[in-house]
Write a protein that binds this ligand. Structure first.
Ligand SMILES: [Zn+2]
Length: 423
C-alpha cells in the first residue's frame, strides 16, 4: 500500500498520526534507559525514511508527581526522587522498591521516569482531544513497573498512566501487549476492574521473567475474565503468531467492545534479539498491529523491550511506515545517528549606534554575546537493509500448546480453545 492512489480517497482514509518527539526527550531516554542510544537510533531511522513529513510531531511534557501518583504510591515516588538527586546507590530502602540490579540507580532517574510518563500522557491527551487517530511513543511501554516497585528496567508504568488518562473519556480501554515478556505491571494495575481489559501474548517458561501470565490467570473480583494471557513457547514465527493473535483479538473485540486501545509493541520478540526466544519479523508484528488499527479506534502505540538495537530501530520504523500506509524501500537511506553531544559555538555581537545631531545626541549600544558549547560526535550505523539484516532464526524449539486448567467461563474457554487448537 502506498499513498499513490486517488487523492480524495487518500484524504478520506488517511490516519492522523501524532509522533511524540523532542531532542531533549530522546537525549534523556538515550542516556538513562537500560537501552542506551536506542531512542536516537529509532528516531534517526524514522527521520531518514522521511516519515516525519506525514505525522504531526508533538513535543512531550514532563509528568508531574501528582500525575505519576495516579498509579504509583507516594512513598515509591518520593524514594525515587530522593535517590535520583545524587544517584545514591547505598540507600538501604532501595531494595524494597525494586531499585538496584535490574533497575539501576543513576542520577536523574526520576526525571527520566517523569519524561517517559509525561510523553505517554502527552500522547493520550492528543487522542482525547481528537488531534490524532493514532499516537506513537516508541520510548514508552515500560510495562513491568508496579505501583510501589521498579521492575525489569521499568521505573514508571507509562502504559498504566496512558490507560488512566484515556479512561477520563473512554469507558472501556483495551490494552494489548505483544512484548516477549508478560505485561505484568499493567495486568496487576487493572486486574480488579472490568473497564480495562488487558491482553498479553508472551513467552511463558520456567524461570523466564517475570514468571507470571499463565493462561488461567484471568483477573480478579469485578475484573474476572478481563485479563487475557496467551503463553507461548520459543520459536514461534510470524504466521503462527498472527493466527493466534487474530483468533484471540476477534474474541476480545466481540466480547469487550473497546472504545480506545493502548498497544505495547516491544521488539524483543524479533528473531536475532539477545533474548533468543521468538522468531518474529517486523512484517509479522505489523500484521498484528494492522488488525487492531483497522478497528479505527483511538489507539496509543508504545515501544517496550528490544535489545538488538538496530533490529528494534528497523522494527519500529517499519511499524511507523505501516501506520502511515507507506511502503518503505528495503535500502536504508544514508543517515547518521546524532548522539546529542554537540559542540556549537555561537557568538553574536550586535552594536547599534544611533546619533542624532538635532537638539540632543542619543547613543545606543547593545552588545549581546551568546556562547553555547557542547561536544559534537556523530556515529553512522550500518544497517544494510530494512529486511535482510541480522535476523537469525532460532530453531532450537517450537511453539507448543500450554496445559490449560478447566475453565467454565465461555469467554475464557473460547480464548483457550482457539489458543490450543492453533498451536
Ligand atoms: Zn520484554
Amino acid at each position: 500500500m502506498s499513498c499513490t492512489g486517488d487523492s480524495d480517497t487518500v484524504a478520506r482514509t488517511k490516519r492522523k498520526v501524532a509522533y511524540i518527539y523532542s531532542p531533549e526527550y530522546i537525549e534523556t531516554c538515550d542516556s538513562l534507559s537500560k537501552v542506551p542510544k536506542r531512542a536516537s537510533m529509532v528516531h534517526s531511522l524514522i527521520e531518514a525514511y522521511e516519515l516525519l513529513d506525514d505525522m504531526s510531531v508533538v513535543k512531550p511534557r514532563m509528568a508531574t508527581i501528582q500525575e505519576m501518583a495516579q498509579f504509583h504510591t507516594d512513598a515509591y515516588l518520593e524514594h525515587l526522587h530522593k535517590i535520583s538527586q545524587d544517584g545514591d546507590n547505598d540507600d538501604p530502602q532501595s531494595g524494597d522498591y525494586g531499585l538496584g540490579y535490574d533497575c539501576p540507580i543513576v542520577e536523574g532517574i526520576f526525571e527520566y521516569a517523569a519524561a517517559v510518563g509525561g510523553a505517554t500522557l502527552t500522547a493520550a491527551q492528543c487522542l482525547l482531544e481528537r488531534r490524532c487517530d493514532v499516537a506513537i511513543n516508541w520510548a514508552g511501554g515500560w510495562h513491568h513497573a508496579k505501583k510501589d516497585e521498579a521492575s525489569g528496567f521499568c521505573y514508571v508504568n507509562d502504559a498504566v498512566l496512558g490507560i488512566l488518562k484515556l479512561r477520563e473519556k473512554y469507558d472501556r480501554v483495551l490494552y494489548v501487549d505483544v512484548d516477549l515478556h508478560h505485561g505484568d505491571g499493567v495486568e496487576d494495575a487493572f486486574s480488579f476492574t472490568s473497564k480495562v481489559m488487558t491482553v498479553s501474548l508472551h513467552k511463558f517458561s520456567p524461570g523466564f521473567f517475570p514468571g507470571t501470565g499463565d493462561v488461567c490467570d484471568t483477573g480478579l473480583g469485578k475484573g474476572r475474565w478481563h485479563s487475557v494471557n496467551v503463553p507461548m513457547e520459543d520459536g514461534i514465527k510470524d504466521d503462527k503468531y498472527y493466527q493466534v493473535f487474530l483468533s484471540v483479538m476477534q474474541e476480545v473485540r466481540a466480547l469487550f467492545n473497546p472504545e480506545a486501545v493502548v498497544m505495547q509493541l516491544g521488539a524483543d520478540t524479533m528473531a536475532g534479539d539477545p533474548m533468543c526466544s521468538f522468531n518474529m519479523t517486523p512484517v509479522g508484528v505489523a500484521r498484528c498491529m494492522q488488525h487492531v488499527l483497522q478497528w479505527r479506534l483511538p489507539t496509543l502505540l508504545l515501544g517496550g523491550g528490544g535489545y538488538h538495537l538496530a533490529n528494534t530501530a528497523r522494527c519500529w520504523t517499519f511499524l511507523t511506515g505501516s501506520v502511515l500506509e507507506r511502503t518503505l524501500s528495503s535500502e536504508i537511506p544514508d543517515h547518521e545517528v546524532d548522539t546529542h553531544t554537540h559542540t556549537h559555538t555561537h557568538t553574536h555581537t550586535h552594536t547599534h549606534t544611533h546619533t542624532h545631531t538635532h537638539t540632543h545626541t542619543h547613543t545606543h549600544t547593545h552588545t549581546h554575546t551568546h556562547t553555547h558549547t557542547h561536544t559534537h560526535t556523530q556515529e553512522t550505523h550500518h544497517y544494510y537493509t530494512l529486511f535482510r539484516c541480522t535476523y537469525t532464526i532460532n530453531n532450537r524449539s517450537r511453539a507448543n500448546p500450554h496445559t490449560v486448567n478447566n475453565q467454565t467461563n465461555a469467554f475464557a474457554s473460547a480464548l483457550i480453545y482457539t489458543h490450543c487448537t492453533l498451536l
